[in-house]
Design a protein around this ligand. Structure first.
Ligand code: NAD
Length: 338
């Protein structure tokens, strides 16, 4: 089988690349990434010499480039992780979210139809369901929860999901969608809560926390998300949506306190700032469908997963420093020169 994995230099995509390139030695994986500010070639540099792997620097919105790539490589399966993924950026500049997340998805699916790809998987998010009240812990998102978005980011992801289902119904494209809750783990760009808090704490800088830090997210280890995606790609039913969640709801302020405690840093570093516009209150996933139908089960308990993750960032300070200095942007150019 020949796979195209998009967004493989980002946080979740790079973890996915490591997982599948190791696991499926008989298959071949082409990783495409535009290396936007969030794409970090250092995340996948160690895969360079693998026989069943290749990296290409390209943009999923570039129809001509994508068609040429599909024509040349003859993929069997496409897994789309590529996205603009930071909600705050989508509030400041929505347009690039519409281009990459919606148009990019459309271009990939057009290519799948044109070149007869037998499977397309869309990596989506629980944010397409909007949010849940803080005082109703009994309520969870199921696959039947109506789409009800809050930010330009979640709206662009929801639009892509609708397009994916429309391509399935209209053109018969064999698709699946996974909707996952908040991921934590290695290689996450330090604009997101966990690596940002660690990076700021390392520099003894103030750690901005929205509102009172009461917003609740359902945290899942990136490995568990990727095990789920892999299961859905191989065994998921065509035309179906599967939720993936970590069964680990935590307030943002709890996360920040766990990190400061493990790093022996004072809570006086916390600075409560004006809340994000339209800030979703609570996400919580019911993942019983994927558990029952495909036998998926999370492998990480939050307490051990978060400790390991914090340790990873502390043991890989150079990785963070490279991003802070902008040096990481040169990583791919250095490869091209050699
Ligand atoms: N991070 C989470 O907690 C989370 C949760 C659920 C779902 N998701 C989804 O998972 C996917 C990956 O998220 P992430 O956190 O790894 O994001 P990320 O921002 O870390 O990585 C995105 C990657 O996509 C690449 N990219 C962006 N635009 C591109 C384009 N036009 N063409 C090719 N490559 C492009 C970037 O260079 C980057 O490497 C996204 O689709 C996101 O919506 C993320």
């Amino acid at each position: 089988m020949k796979y195209l994995v998009t967004g493989g230099a980002g946080f979740i995509g790079s973890n996915y690349m490591h997982y599948v390139v190791d696991k499926y030695k008989e298959d071949y994986f082409v990783c495409i990434d535009a290396l936007t500010y969030a794409g970090n070639y250092n995340n996948i540099k160690d895969l360079e010499n693998r026989d069943n792997y290749k990296f290409v620097n390209g943009n999923i919105t570039d129809r001509e480039y994508i068609y040429n790539l599909f024509e040349k490589e003859k993929f069997d399966c496409v897994i789309n992780f590529a996205a603009e993924s930071h909600v705050d950026n989508s509030i400041k500049n929505p347009e690039i979210f519409l281009k990459t997340n919606i148009i990019g998805t459309g271009v990939l699916m057009d290519a799948c139809i044109k070149y007869g790809v037998s499977r397309y998987h869309q990596v989506s998010t629980d944010e397409v369901y909007g949010d849940l009240p803080l005082d109703r812990p009994d309520l969870l998102f199921t696959e039947k929860t109506p789409i009800h978005t809050s930010s330009p980011y979640s709206s662009s992801k929801a639009s892509a999901d609708l397009l994916v289902m429309a391509y399935h119904r209209t053109y018969g494209l064999p698709v699946t969608i996974s909707r996952c809750s908040n991921n934590y783990g290695p290689y996450q760009f330090p604009e997101k809560l966990i690596p940002k808090t660690i990076s700021k704490a390392l520099n003894n800088e103030k750690i901005p926390v929205y509102g009172k830090g009461e917003n609740v997210r359902d945290w899942i280890h990136v490995i568990d998300h990727n095990i789920g995606v892999d299961l859905i790609v191989h065994n998921g039913k065509i035309g179906e949506v599967y939720n993936l969640g970590g069964h680990s709801e935590r307030k943002n302020i709890e996360i920040v306190n766990i990190i400061l405690n493990q790093m022996n840093k004072p809570t006086s570093l916390i600075e409560f700032v004006e809340d994000r516009k339209g800030h979703d209150l609570r996400y919580a996933i019911d993942s019983s469908k994927v558990e029952k139908e495909l036998g998926w089960k999370r492998t990480y308990f939050f307490e051990t997963g978060i400790k390991e993750t914090i340790d990873w960032y502390l043991n890989n300070e150079e990785w963070i420093k490279n991003i802070e200095s902008g040096e990481y942007k040169k990583a791919y150019k250095k490869i091209l020169k050699n």
